[in-house]
Design a protein around this ligand. Structure first.
Ligand code: ADP
Length: 243
């Protein structure tokens, strides 16, 4: 199911430091939004609030009609109809690729055979049919990230979150996986929030680009808009136009 993501006035501090400062944005169903910003601008904290791993102090998050976080109510990560892909893959080291992917289906309570078929289908989509029975340490970084991508897609979540998924890969592989992520997420119909500090990656992937500076969302628009009509000297500099 695809769904509209709405984030309203989200704020969070760590001690005296305001890390997210009144963040509001929306992602229409099935659209791909990239949040771009330098290190320390709050990207990971924002994504972790969406995932439910971190709690914001104020503001709200809705996915479709459901409140994921609002006031004191806060749905746990596994009840949010979302999946996340991490920079360091975060696979279970003691499970095969197929078992890692299958683990994400546990809440579906499928019978063994339909579950096995669905896992095989998704592993085939990421080109890993021949590696289903291998363990993470037997796979390359790119293959591990493909397993993580399959795990994120297998239960057909409404929202997909990506935390700098290409940062640990070399340039060649980064380019290939970027294309695969674009294709597979669009096929899935999921609403996507993807964070990166890499401008080229952001502009290549995004339907909309949001730029974060010091915990504030300082611009949100189409890649063309952000690139050609930066809202501030910071955005211009950071997206590579000025200087
Ligand atoms: P980004 O992903 O853009 O690099 P982060 O969300 O990781 O930004 O961090 C934003 C700011 O919050 C940074 O100044 C970071 O040091 C601080 N921060 C992040 N997590 C914690 C934490 N658990 N405790 C204290 N400060 C944190």
């Amino acid at each position: 199911m695809t769904a509209h993501l709405r984030v309203e006035n989200l704020s969070k501090s760590f001690g005296p430091t305001r890390v997210l400062d009144g963040i509001s944005f929306a992602v229409p169903p099935g659209r791909f939004t990239v949040l771009l910003g330098p290190s320390g601008s709050g990207k990971t904290t924002l994504l972790r609030c969406l995932a439910g791993i971190e709690r914001a102090e104020s503001g709200s998050i809705h996915l479709g009609e459901r409140a994921l976080a609002q006031g004191r109510s806060h749905l746990p990560p596994d009840r949010r109809d979302l999946a996340m892909v991490f920079q360091d893959y975060a696979l279970w080291p003691h499970m095969t690729a197929a078992a890692n992917v299958g683990y994400a289906l546990r809440r579906r309570r499928l019978d063994r055979e339909p579950s096995r078929r669905r896992v095989a289908e998704v592993l085939a989509r990421v080109g890993l049919s021949d590696h289903a029975e291998q363990f993470p340490h037997q796979l390359s970084g790119g293959q591990q990230q493909r397993v993580a991508l399959a795990r994120a897609l297998v239960a057909e979540p409404g929202l997909l979150l990506f935390d700098e998924p290409l940062s640990n890969l070399d340039a060649d592989l980064r380019e290939r996986l970027r294309v695969e992520i674009a294709t597979l997420t669009r096929e899935s119909g999921a609403t996507v929030v993807y964070i990166t500090h890499d401008q080229a990656e952001a502009f290549a992937l995004a339907d909309e680009v949001g730029v974060l500076e010091g915990g504030r969302l300082v611009q949100l628009g189409s890649p063309e808009d952000v690139y050609h009509r930066p809202a501030s000297p910071f955005v211009a500099r950071f997206t590579g136009l000025a200087g």
